[in-house]
Design a protein around this ligand. Structure first.
Ligand code: EPU
Length: 336
């Protein structure tokens, strides 16, 4: 049922205040076909864990709650597993592991929903969801039909996809209803990320199963990242900047400890958390908004913050990093 003037504070993990003129919880795909939803401003909301609510939203919030998870099929090489857009991401990952279909374990404990995962191509500990993505289905409001996107059509990049590039997400053009993942039967432990193998070593696990990796990653995340139900946050607040190799080499000369991650295209990814820490922003606060004391890349609401407070701290951090390193940080969450 459509609601009006709905408070969104509990619908975004930064706990920022703001009201939506209209709000509808979408628990079934068929609800989306109502033509009344196709007019006016619209935003598709998942778990609200990658969102900066800058104030009231004069439009319609569609809060995706479509459930369902099942094995769609399998062939000699892989299992194909489908989930509704409203499924909680972490619960879905743990369920696939319990079913004996490994492959998503490195993405354990990422907040948010299944439907949101492909939009910013969530990634952690050496894996991006694009590596396990098969297809998705979405409702196209302008055309009044369901469309399917395969891997190529999604144009995935680092924390990026077609849905972000075209502004489709921000404009509520499509509502993703379900996602199919391809989980290869030939499973290999993905231990590229040093911290994961270190955690397994301290647990004396030499040949980890997918569940061992999930447990290690859950422990690492719990140690380093604030629980949004206690300290409101939106995960990493900035992208790790990707710069030309010459720029990285020049910075490295002046700052030998600079972490550098070479990319497939020859460019170099820098660690925004390191840059922010070196710019003295780790654990620092401006008004009610600061950068987390255990992970400088995570912006936290210490209580009572609004969208303007977030913008102020964001700008101060960007200015400090620009001043010290001449590197521009771009925010990862969507601003509404
Ligand atoms: N670092 C610091 N100080 C800090 C934070 C980090 O010096 O305060 C250094 C670390 O020592 C390390 C490097 O920066 O050398 C990278 O740090 P970390 O391994 O914690 O990862 P990250 O680059 O800060 C990224 C993702 C996270 C993901 C982790 C693990 C982005 C924007 N963030 O963070 O994703 O969990 O890697 O794979 O790519 C998210 O997107 O919300 C998120 C949490």
């Amino acid at each position: 049922m459509m609601q009006t003037d709905v408070d969104l504070r509990t619908a975004n993990t930064l706990a920022l205040p703001g009201k939506a003129t209209r709000y509808l919880k979408v628990a079934a795909t068929a609800q989306l076909t109502d033509p009344v939803l196709a007019t006016g401003r619209r935003f598709i909301l998942g778990g609200g864990s990658n969102l900066v609510l800058t104030g009231d939203f004069d439009g319609l919030i569609l809060h995706m709650a479509i459930p369902g998870r099942r094995l769609l099929g399998e062939d000699a090489e892989a299992w194909y597993v489908e989930a509704g857009a409203g499924e909680n991401w972490h619960d879905f990952v743990q369920w696939t592991l319990a079913q004996g279909w490994p492959g998503l374990e490195n993405l354990s404990l990422i907040p948010g929903t299944v439907g949101a995962a492909p939009i910013q191509n969530i990634g952690a500990y050496g894996l991006e969801v694009s590596e396990r993505f098969h297809t998705l289905t979405a409702w196209n409001f302008a055309h009044g039909d369901f469309v399917s996107f395969d891997h190529e059509a999604c144009r995935f990049g680092y924390r990026d996809s077609l849905f972000k590039q075209q502004g489709w997400h921000l404009n509520g053009r499509l509502a993703i209803t379900s996602v199919v993942f391809r989980l290869p039967k030939a499973w290999h432990a993905n231990l590229h990320y040093g911290e994961v193998s270190e955690e397994l070593a301290t647990r004396a696990i030499a040949a980890p199963t997918a569940s061992d990796i999930a447990a290690a990653i859950i422990a690492i995340r719990r140690r380093k990242l604030p629980d949004p139900t206690i300290t409101p946050n939106a995960g990493s607040f900035f992208h790790n900047p990707i710069v030309a190799p010459e720029a990285a080499a020049a910075l490295k000369q002046r700052h030998p400890a600079l972490p550098c991650y070479p990319q497939a295209d020859g460019r170099i990814k820098l660690a925004a958390g390191w840059l922010i820490e070196q710019a003295n922003w780790k654990g620092k606060t401006l008004g009610p908004v600061g950068m987390y004391e255990k992970q400088a890349l995570v912006l936290v609401n210490h209580g009572g913050a609004n969208g303007a407070d977030v913008r102020r701290t964001m700008a101060a951090v960007q200015a400090a990093v620009r001043e010290k390193f001449a590197v521009d940080l771009s925010p990862e969450p969507v601003f509404l």
